[in-house]
Ligand binder design. Sequence first.
Ligand code: TYM
Length: 329
Amino acid sequence: METVLSGIRPTGNLHLGNYFGALQNFIKMQDTYNCFFFIADYHSLTTHPTPENLQGNVKQVLAEYLAAGLDPEKCTLYVQSDVPEVAELYLFLNMNAYIGELERCTSFKDKIRNQTQNVNAGLLTYPTLMAADILIHKANKVPVGKDQEQHLEMTRTFCNRFNRMYKVDYFPEPVAFNFGETLIKIPGLNGSGKMGKSEGEGNAIYLADSAEAIRKKVMKAVTDSGPTQENQQKPEVVENLFQLMRVVSTADTVAYFDEQYNKCAIRYGDMKKQLAEDMVVFVKPFSEKIADLIHNDNYLNKVAEQGKEKAKASAAKTIREVREIIGFR
Ligand code: TYM
């Protein structure tokens, strides 16, 4: 049976980008694949969170994953730092990862531009840690959003290099996965292009958001002054709104506003109202479940404990075999 793996950094609440880009695909795979999902808390150290932040966020995202539909009876749901075997594989992979290729990575270039005071080695080697996450369970499919595509390419490079160097056929080549034809990028509301936790105020809709919060953010979404010619191409900020509508609204609703746009009769206020209401309906079951789960410490601890045992068993086996391949006794 093929293995599926994905993860999310615990640096904020889950938003619709995380959900539609990665989580939703993963959830659909729980019944038919050997599935691992983890909270990437080692990765979040690259931005230097305080100990309080780190813990609080791990608990929050665990509750949010469960509320979103991850089933701990069907998949292995664990916290990355509970499985230090990952750190050992990261060390091995770093010995065969070259500075040049790590420096060329787009996410590294973006990050050093945005956090000039904290250009640490963890940022440079972020792709090897990610490769270790994936290879530690010999994953075949990795449901992620478009922004992770290059990281997956690098994982394949490290994976193939390992197999070649040691003349083994040990690690399978993992691919970024989405049930649709391509990986997707969910846009944000403030014109920044991508929905994300660090893309500025009002940009993201979270699964834990209240109806009021959603309405407020959607009504403030950036648009332009409206179409001036029939059937003209939509500028990016407008296309973004339509794209958001495509994931939460019915096909009829999207078609209606599309037609209004093409006839130059669109009223963005009406479109935003509709989008906000459709998002409220979509988010409500999630936010209710999150509110329930977040206070259930016993259950959350039990889930993390159970995931840790299962993930450690799989990781320990890989590390034992990798040590042997490399030549350690
Ligand atoms: P992170 O925490 O930034 O995001 C988690 C997942 O959500 C996806 N995503 C999006 N997809 C579509 N549109 C968006 N606007 C959007 N925003 C976020 C991301 O593509 C990702 O799939 N490096 C990873 C975490 C990670 C990981 C791994 C993932 C660490 N090790 C191993 C898979 C396998 C990250 O920072 O994701």
